[in-house]
Every structure is written in structure tokens, then in C-alpha cells.
Design a binder for this molecule. Structure first.
Ligand code: CUO
Length: 658
């Protein structure tokens, strides 16, 4: 349970991030801002010279202007942000960290500050358990459409409480709109921006936190988003997404209908635009990087900066390749393999003003909060995903012996909805209506009794269900259960063979279990999935909970395992169709003793970890030592190999109840 110190700190964090673009008004924070001076406290920083440098740059107007748009991909913006991050992250104690943040907040670009502050808070050990408000409530402009923001202002001016419905972009004449509910889902966007805060491409080894399997997570999290998007497309009678090609037009345009807080509109991309060179980057460069990456995959090694060969043909190869393709600070050779993925985001974001002639602001593809709104995001990541597939396809297939769990068999699997009227092996999805607090979208501070303005959005959701898995074991053992789902039929209505479907599998859950000798009935609730996180608490909810705890009306529990990165639980299942869409559900159980990383965490400890599937762990090692997507990550030339007692496939239908 939180003590008073924790509660007060948590409350001040929330107040610090309230109306991030306006100067602080909270008296306690204003007092810190006016009385604290980093220059008078240099001894409490790891690098006093860095503090002096940043203070000097701020005083001389050499940092990004408050009204400009912070872009992480911009090397100048990023270098400034990293300086601020390093000051905050390495500050000697919590007080120094927080007071420095308060001092910086009104003096630097708000989103640049927010990003540096958030990444520092997520990684400081003394900040474990603090909760950031949902990203869509801190910077609503990055998640909402212009129309909603305009109506919110109107409501504020006329002091009329209002719930403003937000529509997905586009019109019925644009078939991509059928799946806009996925790319424009605020929770998914929030997850994606948090993933890139937990695993920043600029993260340096000297920060002292080793990001276990960061490159592999880059592959797997985005791979799963693609598999999910394709399943949504099939649920809406659309063919799966095609990869981008530098030589061909970008078929789908995109009109974000959104505006930055400074009033600039996000650029619109018409259909069929071609890629163009940027002043500092050519399409030939991109093709060169891609070719060299393909060569590396085919040869089975990358050439590192010191000319040594780093082999890819083992289970860690995907991690090396992930770092190279992204590319992150961990890339073995940024000169040779370039920055294929990051540059592609920038090329797409600037494609409508490639010569910078019109001074357009950055496109949606240039921010992790907004990128997935654009259908081109999925096309780019399909291209990236295909590179990973080329690599995986070259690894030796698993044998029956690799997959075996002697003495353990899955006798039966079924899924059952928890509502009484549910049909066995039928899952139900629907669209819920959710309200987002818009207090931060309009200027003027949040006050008790202030007019309530909210946006309402429709979000994909599903009825809870449970898996009932009957396992026979001839001994006491520990197993790890892996559950995946994928559409059984392709867009042409043909059954997808195992060797193809494996690349479309959506991970639903992965959890260790204690097995006793004899029959075991494993009942697992969908809500316990280690892939997803529960609904985040809104700004007003968090404030109320802390106030109640400070007043002694309630208790506030600290969850030190809390992750902001995590796929929203609502989105666990693809939409399916109103008539019921057929999916295959794959369940395997393997030997946890064999699969876990030694010394690893215990079966019971793993249960505390959330969003393990897409977000790994913040520090330490991922307990499951198998490659992500195991055992379906490698080619399956002989499907007989999967005909093993510890694996079972059943057919389920997903029905969308609207
Ligand atoms: Cu997450 Cu491209 O890496 O958007």
C-alpha cells in the first residue's frame, strides 16, 4: 500500500503533466520551478557539464522552440532530448530528478520534455509503481481528429458539458476505412508509443539496463500487429496487406483529419504517390540498405563495424537482425546496413513535401503515437516483417524431438464464453463506446466543477472467455502453455496450410503451469493473458484515487509490475464476422524446465508479469528462453512433425455482435 510520500509524489507527477503546453499553475510546482536552480545544485548530477550545457542552450534559445513540433526521428531534436533524458535519468535521487523536471517543463518544448521525462520515469528504479496517465489524455491532439478538438473548444467557451463522438477517418468510399477502427484505436496507439519508450532505438549500453532481446521484440511486436491487422482485414472481406515497394506507388492515400496543437494540420497523402528522395536521403540509399540486409540474411551473417562476422543462424540471430533493420544503437553496423526502418518512417512522413518546399509539418508516420493510423504503416511493417521471415525460413525446422514433452499429452481443448448463453468454441466480439477525458485538449486549467468535456470513441472489445485444457501427465512437472489463433481460410476461401498459417498466428497467451501426475484440467481466463494489459485508469480516475488515499478514505495499492507498454486487452481477439468467422486455435504445452532461461523466474513469479508477449520485461531477462512465436516461428515442411501428443488444434468461430 502506498504511503503518504508515494501518494504526494504520484499526485505531483499527474499535475506536472496536466496541460503540458501551458505554464504550471499548481502553487507547489510553481514554487519548485521558481526556487530550484540546477546550476546551484551541480553536485547532485552525474554529469554537471551536461547540466550546464543544457541550461546554457535553454537560456540562449538554442533548444527546440516550445511551439515547434518535436520529432524523435529528427537528429537535432533527438540529441537535445537525449541530453535532457540523461540529466533526469542519472539525477542522484528522486528529489533532484523531480525538481529538475519541474524546472525544465516550462522552459523547453512540451512534447520533447514529455518524452524525455516519461522515458526517465519508466526506467528509474525509484519511480517503480508510478503511473503515467494514458497518452491520449496527456497529448490528446496526437490521438484525436480536428473536428473533435474544435467542438471541445466550443464546449469550453460556452461552458456546456459535452460528449463529442469521434468518427474514424475517411468515408465508406475508402475500403481502408473498414479497418480504421484497428489502426486508429487509441489504446493501440498508446501501446505503440509506449513500446517505443520502453525500447527506444537510441537506448545506449551505458544506461546500465540491458534490454533483453530488444531486437527480437522489435520484430515480434510489429509482427503480431501485422498478423492482427491481416486478421482484421479478412474479418472485413479485405485481402491481406501488401508490402511497400520503393519503386511502386503507395496505393493507399491517407487524410488524417488531425491538427497539431500549434494549429498546423497533419499533411494529407493522396492515393498512388511515388517515393521521392529527400535532401539527405535517396531511394537508391534505401534500396541499397535493403539489398545488403537481404544479402546478410542469405549469407547467414552480418558484418560488424570491426569487420567481424556475426552469425544469424542460431536463435539469437533474429535479435541481431532486429537491431540492424530498426536500426537501433545496437545495430552491428549502421554504416553498412543503414537505418532502413526509421528512415522509411521519415520518407513516408515527408512524401507530400519531399523537397521541403512548402514547409509542411511532419506526417503521422513520423510519430509513434500517430503512425498506425496510416495504412502505409502496415505496408511498411509488412516489408520489414518479410525480411524477418526470409531469415526465419532459413533456420532448420524443429524436429519431433525438439517439440516433445515426453509423458505429457493434451487430451482436449475447448473455449467457453463466461456468459451463460454462450456457445462452446464460439467467441464474441463487439464495439463498445468509451469516453476520453478532454480536459487537456483545451486550454484553461482543470478545476473542481469545471465543465466536463469528453470524446466518445468506438472500440473493438470481446466477451470474456476461458480456455479449458485437459492435460495428462505421467509425472509431476512444470509445463508452459502457448496459445495462438489464426484465420483458417485465406481471402480466396481456401484452407491455409500449416506452413503458411504459422506466419499469421496471433499469440493469445503464454503461461507456465504446475502439472500433477494424472489428469489436469487447466482453466485459464482470457483476462489473465500475458500478452495484454488491462484498461488504463483515466486522469480523473487517478486523481480521485490518490485524493481518496491521501484523505484516508481508501487505500492505494502500488503495483511495481505495472507496465504502460502493452496491447489493450479489449483487442485480444480479431473482430470476426457477423455470421461467425472460422479460426484455428493452436495450443501446445512444452517443458518449462527446458524452455525457461536459467536461473529464470519461477512459474508463480511469471504470473505477475504483464504484457510479456509484446513488451518483454523492463529489466532482467524474459523468462521464456524460446524464440518468440515458438514453436511456429520456423518453416514446417512436414506437418507430421506437429502431430505430437502435447499439441492440439481446434476450430473456433468468432462472431461479431456489432
Ligand atoms: Cu513501431 Cu515502425 O516501429 O513503428
Amino acid at each position: 500500500m502506498a504511503d503518504e510520500t508515494f501518494l504526494k509524489r504520484q499526485m505531483l507527477i499527474l499535475k506536472l503533466l496536466r496541460h503540458i503546453s501551458e505554464p504550471l499553475e499548481d502553487p507547489e510546482l510553481v514554487q519548485i520551478k521558481d526556487s530550484y536552480s540546477p546550476l546551484n545544485s551541480l553536485s547532485v548530477y552525474k554529469d554537471p557539464q551536461l547540466v550546464q550545457k543544457v541550461v546554457r542552450k535553454l537560456e540562449n534559445g538554442q533548444m527546440l522552440n516550445r511551439d515547434n513540433i518535436f520529432v524523435l526521428f529528427d537528429p537535432v531534436h533527438r540529441r537535445q532530448m537525449i541530453d535532457v533524458f540523461e540529466i533526469l535519468y542519472f539525477a542522484n535521487d528522486y528529489d533532484t530528478f523531480f525538481k529538475t523536471a519541474v524546472w525544465l517543463r516550462d522552459r523547453m518544448n512540451p512534447r520533447q520534455f514529455l518524452y524525455a521525462f516519461s522515458v526517465a520515469l519508466l526506467h528509474r528504479k525509484d519511480c517503480r509503481g508510478f503511473t503515467l496517465p494514458p497518452a491520449y489524455e496527456i497529448t490528446p491532439h496526437m490521438f484525436l481528429t480536428t473536428d473533435v478538438v474544435r467542438q471541445a473548444y466550443q464546449a469550453k467557451m460556452t461552458r456546456t458539458p459535452k460528449v463529442i463522438p469521434m468518427q474514424f477517418t475517411g468515408s465508406v468510399r475508402n475500403q481502408e476505412q473498414r479497418v480504421a477502427y484497428f489502426g486508429e484505436d487509441i489504446g493501440m496507439n498508446s501501446h505503440h508509443s509506449h513500446w517505443h519508450m520502453d525500447f527506444p532505438f537510441w537506448w545506449k549500453p551505458e544506461y546500465g539496463v540491458e534490454k533483453d532481446r530488444k531486437g527480437e521484440l522489435f520484430y515480434y511486436m510489429h509482427h503480431q500487429l501485422i498478423a492482427r491487422f491481416d486478421a482484421e482485414r479478412l474479418s472485413n472481406y479485405l485481402p491481406v496487406v501488401e508490402p511497400l515497394d520503393w519503386e511502386k506507388p503507395i496505393v493507399q492515400g491517407f487524410a488524417p483529419g488531425a491538427m497539431y496543437e500549434n494549429g498546423q494540420e497533419f499533411p494529407v497523402r493522396p492515393d498512388n504517390m511515388n517515393f521521392h528522395d529527400l535532401p539527405w536521403l535517396t531511394i537508391e540509399d534505401m534500396k541499397g540498405y535493403e539489398d545488403r540486409i537481404r544479402d546478410a540474411i542469405a549469407s547467414g551473417f552480418v558484418i560488424s563495424v570491426d569487420d567481424s562476422l556475426v552469425y544469424l543462424n542460431d536463435t539469437r540471430g533474429i535479435d541481431v537482425l532486429g537491431a540492424v533493420i530498426e536500426s537501433s544503437e545496437h545495430s552491428q553496423n549502421k554504416e553498412l546496413y543503414g537505418s532502413l526502418h526509421n528512415n522509411a518512417h521519415v520518407l513516408l512522413g515527408k512524401v507530400t513535401d519531399y523537397s521541403l518546399k512548402y514547409g509542411l509539418p511532419p506526417g503521422v508516420m513520423e510519430h509513434f503515437e500517430t503512425a498506425t493510423r496510416d495504412p502505409a504503416f502496415f505496408r511498411l511493417h509488412k516489408l520489414v516483417d518479410n525480411l524477418f521471415k526470409e531469415h526465419k525460413d532459413l533456420l532448420p525446422p524443429y524436429t519431433k524431438e525438439d517439440l516433445a514433452f515426453p509423458g505429457v499429452s493434451i487430451d482436449a481443448v475447448k473455449v467457453v464464453g463466461t456468459c451463460k448463453a454462450s456457445t462452446p468454441n464460439q467467441l464474441v466480439t463487439y464495439f463498445d463506446e468509451f469516453n476520453i477525458d478532454l480536459a487537456n485538449a483545451v486550454e484553461g486549467h482543470y478545476k473542481e466543477g469545471d465543465v466536463q468535456i469528453k470524446a466518445s470513441v468506438n472500440r473493438l472489445n470481446h466477451e470474456p472467455f476461458k480456455y479449458v485444457i485437459t492435460v495428462h501427465s505421467d509425472k509431476v512437472a512444470e509445463g508452459i502453455v502457448r496459445i495462438f489463433i489464426a484465420p483458417k481460410y485465406d481471402w480466396f476461401g481456401e484452407v491455409v496450410p500449416l506452413d503458411k498459417i504459422r506466419w499469421s498466428l496471433i499469440e493469445l497467451d503464454r503461461f507456465p503451469v504446475h502439472l500433477r501426475q494424472g489428469d489436469n484440467v487447466i482453466v485459464r481466463s482470457s483476462q489473465d493473458s500475458t500478452v495484454t494489459i488491462p484498461e488504463p485508469r483515466s486522469y480523473p480516475e487517478l486523481i480521485k484515487e490518490i485524493e481518496d488515499a491521501l484523505n484516508g478514505q481508501d487505500e492505494y495499492a502500488i503495483d511495481k509490475y505495472h507496465r504502460h507498454c502493452g496491447y489493450p486487452h479489449r483487442l485480444l481477439l480479431p473482430k470476426g464476422t457477423s455470421g461467425g468467422m472460422v479460426f484455428n486455435l493452436y495450443v501446445t504445452i512444452t517443458n518449462y524446465e527446458q524452455d525457461k532461461v536459467h536461473p529464470g523466474v519461477t512459474v508463480d513469479e511469471v504470473d505477475n508479469l504483464t504484457s510479456l508477449g509484446y513488451c518483454g520485461v523492463l529489466d532482467g531477462v524474459i523468462p521464456d528462453g524460446r524464440p518468440m512465436g515458438y514453436p511456429y516461428d520456423r518453416p514446417i515442411p512436414d506437418k507430421e512433425v506437429f502431430n505430437i501428443p502435447n499439441s492440439k488444434v481446434i476450430e473456433v468461430t468468432i462472431k461479431n455482435a456489432k
